[in-house]
Design a protein. Structure first.
Length: 258
């Protein structure tokens, strides 16, 4: 752990209870029984997930069910998962209510001054309220044919540097058996095992306090992707390709199916 990153304080039971609001518990009651029926969870280095305070959790991504699984991992370890979400979703009946009541983070990607703020304001919200927010550095499902982490985008490190909070790398393996990449159906039998692993905060000290230019953000993002990839290698018991997959070099779109 970098010397300038303070060690995590002991978990505050009152803080944990306050994170798990009634709305969160309603969602958990709806989602967890089904997910526990079709999957079991094994944790590696769970002590490295902060028990309190703000952070950005940066996982790998290769199945559409990943956000649910990664969120369940946070829940089981005592934290309430938050995600960035388009501000317009907060105005949708019922959905918007639960998003507000569970403390999801609104982001307005265009139109300065409109409700929901911008990514910088969202970063401040994370820091001020001590939230743990899941941000996928790859931005979409990996294009790598063997499901290794691909080239990252800068959203996770930009958010962490703007907010002054740590980036915690996370890796998981096994969700592809529940829902294959771009699959629409869920495999419910046999019960599948999902492994989740957490790493030390990525050392971004040399980037803090500097202008957030593209070269600096790219270098910081590469460091985060290296940390995630090492965790994936440990879970899979394999070595990742020497060169990380880059969709542009393979004439693939950056988002959507390929």
């Amino acid at each position: 752990m970098p010397a300038s990153t303070p060690a995590a304080a002991p978990a505050d039971p009152d803080r944990i209870r306050s994170e798990k609001t009634p709305a969160f518990r309603v969602l958990a009651a709806l989602i967890l029984p089904f997910m526990y029926a079709i999957s079991r969870y094994e944790f590696h280095h769970p002590e490295k997930l902060p028990r309190q305070g703000a952070f950005v959790l940066a996982p790998n991504h290769f199945s559409n069910i990943d956000p649910i699984v990664v969120g369940i991992g946070m829940w089981k370890l005592g934290r309430a998962p938050r995600y960035f979400a388009k501000a317009s979703l907060f105005r949708v009946p019922v959905l918007g209510y639960f998003m507000r009541r569970t403390g999801q983070v609104p982001v307005q990607r265009s139109g300065a001054g409109r409700a929901g703020g911008d990514p910088i304001q969202a970063g401040r919200m994370i820091a001020e309220h001590g939230l743990g927010v899941i941000v996928y550095p790859e931005g979409t499902l990996t294009r790598d044919p063997n499901l290794w982490p691909m080239r990252g985008k800068t959203g996770a490190v930009r958010t962490a540097l703007e907010a002054g909070v740590p980036v915690i790398p996370c890796a998981h393996w096994g969700t592809q058996a529940i829902m294959p990449r771009y699959g629409k159906g869920i495999s419910v039998f046999p019960r599948h095992t999902v492994q989740l692993s957490y790493g030390d905060p990525v050392d971004l000290d040399e980037f803090r306090g500097r202008p957030l230019d593209s070269a600096m953000l790219a270098a910081a993002t590469e460091r985060v992707m290296d940390a995630i990839t090492r965790l994936v290698e440990e879970l899979r018991g394999e070595k990742a390709p020497a060169e990380r997959w880059d969709p542009a070099k393979h004439h693939q779109s950056e988002t959507g199916r390929f």
